[in-house]
Design a protein around this ligand. Structure first.
Ligand code: PMP
Length: 440
């Protein structure tokens, strides 16, 4: 009998009792390979000694100090480290406790920026369908996942959605990368013109789409065009790298591979590697300066922002990624994972697409490969695969299709950056068995 309100009220998950490296163990002694890093969180795996040491030291020095009274060495160090490797123009860091908080803060900061510079008429947020930006009301309103939004719609702020850049689903027959990038980015300009350019606040997008559609990278040039359009109309570009950032795609920030930088960028998940709840907004000098010169105070704040334990853990995670040269492993193991997935599923009659970057990969499952017709959502293929994978000692992160058929079920893989070739083989082998058990 549980007194906890679990995610599903119909079942209780296994009890995790210990975790080391890429594995989590349950109370019955069963081992599970963490091939999804939870939800793309555990980038260093579990029980990493450098992070545990840093947390222990911080806990003994000062476990908590409210940010309206104090800053801490850990938080200051984290700010410095993040800015040393930041995309161009991002010069300040605002610490929060997770991804949704980071998105809320970014939206409010964008709004306050325009109020400070005398453009209070800017209020429209444009984002994309097939996106996820968090579960708090502002972030939920921004995300374009109808299934998550539906019953809360009366509570959501007004937002506007355009089609994502999603080659497998939205590229037209015969369209080149360049043509598709122009058309997909053009949808933003059309929406801006429809709303009135001087009423638009920000465009929000995941650089590589995560939870909702499954590791969908943009086509080349899409974000360069998006950046240009935002600049043309004086609109802020907010990139949400909560899931795809912090090394997951093979570069510290996913936008590096697009050759652009946003005005605001949200990060979380891998920032604390799961050792502590932490998120951040990386802020351009332009926005910081406007708020500093205006009211001098960002009208926001949470009790646990800048938590010293969380900051200390994040510093240790970042220093480990750097010191152990883990991004090189992310790229090499990412290539190997892609190769193995293609070998195992390339001819599978229910795998429509294999995609992703670095150690951020997904397979999309369809009833019919030729027409890309998804499985009926009621079949819950993704949930069945998760169950079969868990029964084989494998954690993967599957998600359902959409009622309108805009995408099928997918399985997301996001293993820790420390994986070895033999781990990749075991992951793909077990995933193959789980997929075949459900839709073989
Ligand atoms: N943005 C993106 C892109 C995410 O993937 C997530 C979490 N899946 C969030 C925001 C919300 O983060 P959190 O769950 O930490 O609030």
């Amino acid at each position: 009998m549980t007194r906890l309100m679990h995610r599903s009220l119909l079942s209780t998950p296994p009890v995790a009792t210990s975790a080391r490296g890429i594995e989590i163990f349950d109370a019955d002694g069963r081992a599970y390979i963490d091939a999804s890093g939870g939800a793309a969180v555990s980038c260093l795996g579990h029980g990493h000694p450098a992070v545990l040491d840093a947390m222990r030291r911080q806990m003994e020095a000062v476990a908590y100090a409210h940010t309206s009274f104090f800053t801490t060495e850990a938080a200051e160090r984290l700010g410095e480290l993040l800015i040393e490797d930041a995309p161009e123009g991002l010069e300040y860091v605002y610490l929060v406790s997770g991804g949704s908080e980071a998105v809320e803060a970014a939206l409010k900061m964008a709004r306050q920026y325009f109020v400070e510079i005398g453009q209070p008429q800017r209020r429209h947020i444009i984002a994309r369908r097939q996106s996820y930006h968090g579960n708090t009301l502002g972030a939920l309103a921004t995300g374009g996942n109808e299934w998550r939004r539906q019953q809360f719609r009366p509570l959501l702020i007004e937002t506007h959605h355009i089609d994502p850049c999603f080659s497998y689903r939205f590229r037209e027959e015969g369209e080149t990368d360049e043509q598709y990038a122009a058309r997909a980015a053009g949808a933003l300009e059309e929406k801006i013109l429809e709303l009135g350019p001087d009423t638009v606040l920000a465009f929000v997008a995941e650089t590589v789409v995560g939870a909702t559609a499954g590791a969908v990278p943009p086509v080349a040039d899409y974000f360069r065009r998006i950046r240009e359009i935002c600049d043309r109309y004086g609109i802020l570009l907010i990139l949400d790298e909560v899931m795809c950032g912090m090394g997951r795609t093979g570069s510290l920030h996913a936008c590096e591979q697009e050759g652009i930088a946003p005005d605001l960028m949200t990060i979380a998940k891998g920032l604390g590697g799961g050792y502590q709840p932490i998120g951040a907004v990386m802020v351009s000098g332009k926005i910081y300066d406007a708020i500093r010169a205006g009211s001098g105070f960002f009208q926001h704040g949470h009790t646990y922002m800048g938590h010293p334990m969380a900051a200390a853990a994040a510093v240790a995670v970042l220093e480990t990624i750097r010191g152990d040269n883990l991004l090189t492993n992310v790229r090499a193991m990412g290539d190997l994972l892609d190769e193995r997935l293609r070998a195992r599923f390339g001819n599978h009659h229910h795998v429509g697409d294999i995609r992703g970057r670095g150690l951020f990969r997904a397979i999309e499952l369809v009833e019919d490969r030729a027409t890309k017709r998804p499985f009926a959502p009621a079949r819950k293929v993704h949930a069945a695969i998760k169950k079969e994978a868990m029964a084989r000692g494998l954690m993967v992160y599957p998600m359902g299709g959409t009622i309108d058929g805009a995408r099928g079920d997918h399985v997301l893989l996001a293993p820790p950056f420390i994986v070895k070739p033999e781990d990749i083989d075991r992951i793909v082998e077990r995933l193959g068995e789980a997929v075949d058990a459900v839709i073989g």
